[in-house]
Design a protein around this ligand. Structure first.
Ligand code: NAP
Length: 279
């Protein structure tokens, strides 16, 4: 029997078990997917004993994503570029390997839900400069030649990302974000604003082209105030749940040997755990 888990502190909120346990049942796999609440000071020892705990691999969530990168024997290009890890696995010799699948999850979902997003794209706007923004920027840089604006409340964090990802990334003052939408065919919220329990994202979409795609990586609620406002004015929208579902695919395949599918039934299964829509 193969066992995997999600390691976090706290970990109770994680929806990864919902996804992986659904697939285990769906594909009739003899395996388990557990939640492991591990304090930061215990993380190195826990991961060092992953095999002794019976695990073939794990997802890693806050606050361990950077520490996991330092512990891995090898990490893929995405994990190194993003500077954080969300997926770990042990090879046959017990060596630890690491990946970051958030960029894969975001881009795969964007391609599936709004396949036109890159057609004639002049510029994209990324709101936020935290860990998730790094993954989104990494994915965008590889997938498009368009200019990418980044606006973040703390400008220095946006500047750090521009420095990291190069001259195609241009920093826009947080206060000037609305005025910069005019040339943007893609707008992505990667801040935590709009999430249940947080303030809504304060935004004015007037300057955004009618054919722009609007994506939010916040998935609880599924329909954030941003997505509701964008849909109301006719923009195509992409919610954050698809990213969450798709980022889980490579890990499941590593641990359990089957490449699982993101289906409407899986989506409905996870949606049932979310808050009702905003607005
Ligand atoms: N769909 C998915 O699969 C997925 C994956 C990862 C994350 N997420 C979601 O993405 C969101 C961000 O995650 P993260 O890991 O990037 O978090 P993070 O590293 O803590 O970054 C939070 C971001 O939100 C901004 N922010 C927070 N409060 C703000 C406020 N009051 N006004 C303006 N900006 C504010 C921060 O700006 P400052 O830099 O100024 O603090 C920063 O840019 C979370 O809601 C998370 O659940 C979704």
């Amino acid at each position: 029997m193969a066992k995997a888990c999600v390691i976090g502190w706290p970990v109770e909120h994680s929806r990864s078990p919902l996804i992986h346990r659904y697939w285990l049942a769906e594909y009739g796999i003899d395996g388990t997917y557990d939640k492991e609440a591990v304090r930061p000071e215990d993380f190195v020892a826990f991961v060092g004993a992953l095999a002794e705990h019976g695990y073939v691999g794990a997802n890693v969530t806050l606050p361990h994503k950077e520490a996991a990168l330092r512990l891995a024997r090898s990490a893929d290009e995405a994990a190194i570029a993003i500077g954080a890890v969300n997926t770990l696995w042990l090879d046959a010799e017990g060596r630890l390997h690491a990946s970051n699948t958030d960029a894969y999850g975001f881009m795969t979902n964007l391609d599936a839900e709004a396949p036109q997003w890159n057609e004639g794209l002049g510029a994209a706007m990324v709101l936020g400069a935290g860990g998730a923004a790094r993954a989104v920027l990494y994915g965008l840089i590889k997938a498009t030649d368009a200019k990418i604006f980044v606006a973040n409340r703390t400008r220095a964090r946006a500047e750090a990302l521009a420095h990291l990802f190069g001259p195609r990334v241009e920093v826009v003052d947080w206060g000037a974000r609305n005025a910069a939408f005019g040339t943007c065919g893609l707008l992505i919220n990667t801040t935590s604003l709009g999430m249940t329990g947080q303030a809504p994202l304060d935004i004015d979409l007037t300057a955004l082209p009618q054919d722009a795609v609007v994506a939010d990586i916040v998935y609880n609620p599924l329909l954030t105030p941003l997505l509701v406002a964008a849909a109301k004015r006719g923009n195509a929208t992409v919610d954050g749940l698809g990213m969450l579902l798709h980022q889980a695919v490579p890990g499941f395949e590593r641990w359990f040997g089957v490449r699982p599918e993101v289906t409407p039934a899986l989506r409905a299964h996870v949606v049932a755990s979310l808050s009702p829509e905003a607005a």
